[in-house]
Design a protein around this ligand. Structure first.
Ligand SMILES: [Zn+2]
Length: 333
């Protein structure tokens, strides 16, 4: 069997908090059993910074999360490792370890300093998610649901330089959370394959966080990949419909538009981290968030539904990892 890659998971926030409280081997204890049960080989570990830490603490919180991952890898050397290149990805698989690749979910930690991109690269960050769902020095994010706001912009001049510098270093540009104006700017200024690590189809669920058909085609034209997102509000319009079958409707739509070569997994499991949202902020949401794929141990269920829906092993292997691996190989150094 092939590799299984989850192209987006926010575990480092949780790991860093628990380590601050004195715990060690958090990944081995709290997360590894799920990865092993689901036969997951590679996790793209997102560095996410909560609004309340910005701007002053953005860099520090990012470095704490990176430090936490490296510390965890040294505490559980036989079980997990940090991956920075294709060799590491292969080593993780061959030695039966789960490999972690670092990703920025929003460029806030670099602030407005281009030279910080190399620093994060040297620390192992291989994905540049330009924005989260808010504005930063690079550009504007797309909200989960419409908000009262003024006119949006595309990439700033600094944002264009970030795209160019990140690509020059060998980082993959990630457009999930970017607004439409910024998306099309990336298409103009980037030269390598582009990914949307965790985004679905807007023609199925009309959220700005999902991609229009034109955007899906544009990503495919760069030979890039889109990771399907398992959060209910991006899967279907009602909670009742938010299930594996409706998640695979997005796969069908991607395939219809651009073929199976441009789909991956970016499941974005959030239930383990909802405890960090205040009850008040959860109260304000029109729908309560939940995971359609309830833990990495449930990935075999997702594979069964793909198979039931007519996807052959070769197509499933592409979705589970081969497509993302193609992009890693082409962009990383
Ligand atoms: Zn996200």
């Amino acid at each position: 069997m092939t590799y299984i890659i989850d192209g987006h998971f926010d575990l480092l926030l949780d790991v860093a908090v628990k380590r601050e409280q004195g715990r060690r081997k958090v990944i081995e204890t709290d997360f590894l059993p799920e990865f092993v049960a689901g036969k997951v080989n590679i996790i793209v570990a997102a560095i996410f910074i909560d609004d309340k830490f910005l701007p002053e603490m953005g860099m520090r919180k990012a470095l704490q999360q990176i430090s936490a991952l490296h510390a965890e890898a040294s505490e559980s050397p036989e079980k997990i490792m940090v991956c920075k290149n294709m060799n590491d990805i292969q080593t993780a698989k061959e030695t039966g370890r789960v490999g972690f690749v670092l990703s920025l979910e929003g460029a806030e930690p670099i602030s407005n300093d281009l030279s910080m991109i190399r620093l994060f690269y040297e620390l192992g960050v291989r994905f540049m998610g330009l924005v989260w769902s808010r504005r930063n020095f690079v550009g504007d994010g797309s909200h989960f649901t419409p908000k009262r706001e003024g006119r949006k912009g595309g990439l700033t001049d600094f944002g264009v330089q970030v795209v160019e510098e990140a690509e020059a270093l060998g980082m993959i540009i990630d457009v999930s959370h970017l607004n439409d104006e910024g998306f099309w700017d990336v298409m103009e200024f980037a030269n390598k394959p582009i990914i949307a690590s965790h985004s679905n189809c807007r023609s199925i669920v009309n959220s700005m966080r999902n991609l229009t058909d034109e955007q899906i085609k544009a990503i495919a034209s760069t030979n890039g990949v889109i990771g399907i997102n398992g959060v209910n509000i991006f899967v279907a319009d009602t909670d009742k419909d938010s299930d594996l079958d409706h998640l695979i409707d997005h796969v069908d739509h991607f395939v219809k538009l651009v073929g199976v070569e441009h789909i991956g997994l970016g499941l974005d499991m959030i239930e383990p981290f909802l405890k960090y949202d205040s009850p008040e902020s959860l109260e304000d949401l029109p729908r309560k968030d939940f995971d359609v794929v309830k833990g990495h141990s449930k990935i075999p269920d997702l594979i069964r539904v793909l198979s039931k829906r007519g996807y052959k092993d070769e197509a499933i292997e592409r979705i589970l990892s081969k497509n993302f691996l193609r992009v890693y190989k082409e962009v990383w150094k």
